[in-house]
Ligand binder design. Structure first.
Ligand SMILES: C[S@@+](CC[C@H](N)C(=O)[O-])C[C@H]1O[C@@H](n2cnc3c(N)ncnc32)[C@H](O)[C@@H]1O
Length: 249
């Protein structure tokens, strides 16, 4: 009995210590995050330009280089919360009709979290895009309209297990590719985020079957210590679908 009591005490002390060490680790990483945020010029710039987060500058920079956003386009933004890419997409496609001399675009923003309203965008919150059911709902919302550009900045919340996290983002990438193949117009484009690794060349190869050109981008606004990269697939070739007579077309 005495032995088991001392064992319980030792276990309790051990779990308290474990808890304390974990708290200290979290405190340290929050402090590191805070000082990095304070030193980051893009965080300041996002406040000045009224963007919901610094990611806006990644899309602005990639658009500056690749010229993928134009007035009048239909754009789908996957993993859109808090909404800075959607804000950029609305501005560039004129989805809010701010410039009456240019065609008005359409922007659909989707996330599994709650996105607060953005003027000019249609918001689909609380939608987990890793399910085919979600794809069907968005296709229904499009009501036959074809899409010029699919954006995906989707990223899973990190578990800390590198290989597992990578597998999860690759899963999301293939979900974005599958969805884009169903809704994109011929010659439309797809831009999505990936974490660098041995899977990227395989993704490039798979995309090569459906798109005319593939380019890897790392905008300056993407932190240099982050393994995130963006793949831009241009010129969708279309997919073969089964026809009513049993043939493929
Ligand atoms: C880096 S944030 C996107 C930031 C956004 N581009 C912006 O500029 O505001 C990644 C987003 O992906 C979303 N996400 C991750 N997995 C998802 C899933 N399965 N379905 C929908 N959204 C998902 C997360 O909820 C998160 O909001």
């Amino acid at each position: 009995m005495q032995l088991s009591n001392s064992l319980i005490c030792r276990n309790l002390n051990f779990s308290r210590m474990f808890f304390l060490v974990n708290c200290l680790k979290r405190l340290k990483s929050s402090q590191q995050w805070l000082s990095r945020q304070n030193a980051d010029p893009y965080v300041e710039k996002a406040k000045i330009y009224n963007y919901r987060c610094r990611s806006a500058f990644k899309l602005l920079e990639m658009n500056e280089k690749a010229k993928i956003l134009f007035p009048g386009q239909t754009v789908i933004d996957l993993g859109a919360c808090p909404g800075s890419w959607t804000q950029v997409a609305v501005q560039k496609t004129n989805a809010d009709g701010a410039d009456s001399s240019k065609p008005k675009g359409t922007v659909l923003a989707i996330d599994k979290l709650q996105i607060f309203p953005i003027e000019g965008a249609t918001i689909m919150s609380n939608m987990d895009f890793s399910t085919i059911d979600a794809h069907d709902k968005v296709i229904q919302a499009l009501n036959g309209m074809k899409v010029d550009l699919v954006l995906s900045d989707m990223a899973p919340s990190a578990t800390g297990v590198r290989e597992l996290d990578k597998d999860r983002i690759i899963g999301l990438c293939y979900m974005a590719i599958r969805f884009a193949a169903l809704v994109t117009r011929i010659d439309g484009n797809l831009l999505f985020k990936v974490w660098d690794g041995k899977e990227v060349p395989i993704l490039e190869m798979d995309l090569g079957r459906f798109y005319k050109s593939i380019k890897i981008m790392k905008p300056k606004a993407s932190r240099s210590d982050s393994s995130e990269k963006f793949i831009l697939a241009r010129g969708f070739r279309g997919i073969q679908r089964p026809l009513e007579n049993g043939r493929w077309g």
